[in-house]
Design a binder for this molecule. Sequence first.
Ligand SMILES: *Cc1c(COP(=O)(O)O)cnc(C)c1O
Ligand code: SF4
Length: 474
Amino acid sequence: METHLKTIGQRPPADQPIKHLKPHVDPATLLHRQLLDGPFWQRIPAYRNVDEATFLDHTWQAKNSITNPQKLLAAVQDVVPPAFYEDVAEGFHRAPMSIRVSPYLLSLIEWGDPYNDPLRRQFVPVASRLLPDHPKLTLDSLHEQADAPVPGLTHRYPDKALFLTLDTCPVYCRFCTRSYAVGVDTDNVEKVSLKATEDRWDSAFQYISERVELEDIVVSGGDSYQLKARQITLIGNRLLEMPNIRRIRFATKGPAVMPMKLITDTEWVDALTAVVERGRKLHKEVVLHTHFNHPNEITAITKRALDIVFERGIITRNQSVLQRGVNDSVATMQLLVKRLGHCQVHPYYVYVHDLVKGVEDLRTTLQTALDLEKAVRGVTAGFHTPTFVVDAPGGGGKRVAHSFEHYDRDTGISVFAAPSVKPGFFVYFDPVDTLSPEIQQRWKSTAESDRMVEAAITQAKLNQAATARASSIR
Ligand SMILES: *Cc1c(COP(=O)(O)O)cnc(C)c1O
Ligand code: SF4
């Protein structure tokens, strides 16, 4: 024992190199540390003469965000293939979401190859790539409205609630799960109104204060970026002053689509910091939750912005949505996770894409999530390893992707149970176009579809009964 201790305590002689057990790593392969820098936006014809100070100004970003397809295409006129133009116009005509793209996002899209660009796919619909919706799709698939005692306050889980403070965002995502409310009416969807009115907020605050079991509030939207500094202060203080509330999360996609706001909107960052600091003194946790989906969204500007948040002592966690052709490859998901970690953001969740109208081309199979989870776990810290979840249609809440009671990979039906949330079974559906031609045929008939769902639930019950017999949990 003594000699052993001596050996490991001894330094090797200077002329003897340390023996490495692993092969050396070429720093050039550490892509997560290589962030896009310089005036990358000047590649876009419309921003050729925009200097850095202007581009970093969040008011310039908001004012110049593009809210109709004609303007979008005008901004990138010389660089997009001509056929793309028509395709986008028709894509927007059929979309359930309104359009809003920040100049920052627009500058990160590779317009020379727009069909394959992972950011284009998330924000700009093209008609030729759309697929028919799943036959089992409904507009508010998560039952957020059915579980709302007050408009815009969803109380599904025992100790936490989701507070939709307003219905606008700095950008609009095609895949938004709240397309029933978020954004302005489109050719296809008349929205539920969730305006930022203090009357509605008062009802929400009253409800929250009357529920002793509520401890944790997700302040979302829409998007917390759209809240004015004084509204951050108001909401933060009202919640912090409730003895039952222990945790608040401000949710925003902002850092992923308009990071410069964190650099130049000092008033907003100060307001958030003050709530965080007041919370800390009250021993209550106030954090930022954000929504990056692809490593290309993280640039040197993002790093600067998140460094400020980190210096303020604000914990940031990330929730991604798994999307086909965006982040459904091992390399992309690993890079996203590592790049978030590099910016001190904790990857928290990766959501299997909800059943949302008009974005079947973006959904993946549950199997994709299972495969990615396996590949991601182990590449970095456990606390930087996201949990892959399915937000169970019908209001079962988030379930770990691997925790299905049954998964029929042929019919694409997975069945989940959520014993601490809601009784019954919750069924998720893989996109029909990923299934065999025979099964695709069966999904065309309502009776056949119901039979497939029924069979999957029956099998789930059998599996549950079998595991219950073996389980020691009572
Ligand atoms: C996601 C969500 C929450 C928060 O859930 P966590 O798993 O704690 O992140 C709360 N309420 C609703 C309705 C939600 O969808
Ligand atoms: S930022 Fe969030 S709430 Fe807003 S459109 Fe995108 S996904 Fe929906």
